[in-house]
Design a protein around this ligand. Structure first.
Ligand code: DGL
Length: 259
């Protein structure tokens, strides 16, 4: 039994979509969620800056005695996970766009990937797409501006609808039947996306897969918390805590923290 918390970070509030999947699967685990909203979006920043921010977030979580780190950000994972795994002595779980299931199941031989510039330009992403692009068209689209709107509480805004329509257009023209969400902020757009996409297009979001992987790794390293006392769930933001509180349906306290 290990009561130390699981540490989860993202460039902002989006990684709460991953936190929700982890908490649903592992309800006994204590968690600390860190939103680096003051530095969001990470997507347009270069690799070095993304790495430096990922190190800062990881070291804060380790200073809070976390037993495992979940990098709940595709941009941070694809640019920094190798370094983090090499330099820190706890298991580190990441998230990257789920190209593989989409590429293996597509009937139309065309899939769409919506992600940040930092993810789409990363070596890790390029290697994965190369591996699965044989005979398949992969339409990559940068979701410029989406993270900023979500971070400022404008998920259901006319600006968001305009952005999404524009980003989906080339994908629909290419007749995709899978849309891979390559950013942890985007699951909060699923309702809107479903309304804009034809019925045959399936949306792939990796939250549940990351949660399953977290469970597997906790068990493998004998780090699971098997006590059944109510878990301690902490949420910190260095931006406006209210945005995250609303995303979490006002069920949890979100504290401002300078880090
Ligand atoms: N949630 C982050 C991701 O998964 C957003 C990155 C950003 O801040 O641009 O990529």
């Amino acid at each position: 039994m290990n009561k130390q918390p699981i540490g989860i970070f993202d460039s902002g509030v989006g990684g709460t979509s991953i936190w929700s999947a982890i908490h649903a699967l592992l309800p006994n685990e204590n968690t600390i969620y860190l939103a680096d909203s003051v530095n969001a979006p990470y997507g347009p920043k270069g690799k070095e800056a993304i790495l430096a921010l990922s190190i800062k977030n990881t070291e804060y979580l380790l200073s809070q005695n976390c037993k495992l780190i979940v990098v709940a950000c595709n941009t941070a994972t694809t640019n920094a996970i190798g370094y983090l795994r090499e330099h820190y002595n706890v298991p580190i779980i990441g998230i990257e766009p789920a190209i593989k299931p989409a590429a293996l199941q597509t009937q139309t031989k065309a899939i769409g990937v919506l992600a940040t510039r930092g993810t789409l330009s990363s070596e890790l992403f390029c290697n994965t797409t190369q591996l699965y692009s044989n005979g398949i068209k992969i339409i990559e689209q940068e979701g410029e501006g989406i993270v900023q709107l979500i971070e400022s509480g404008q998920i259901n805004s006319p600006q968001m609808v305009e952005l999404l329509k524009g980003y989906l257009k080339p994908m629909l023209e290419a007749n995709i039947d899978y849309l891979v969400l390559g950013c942890t902020h985007y699951p909060y757009l699923i309702d809107q996306l479903v309304n804009m996409l034809p019925n045959n297009v399936k949306i792939i979001d990796s939250g549940a897969a990351v949660a399953r992987q977290t469970k597997t790794v906790l068990e493998e390293f004998e780090l699971s918390n098997t006590t059944i006392t109510g878990p301690n769930l902490k949420f910190f933001s260095n931006g406006n805590p209210e945005v995250m509180r609303v995303l979490l349906k006002k069920r949890y306290k979100v504290e401002y923290l300078k880090f």
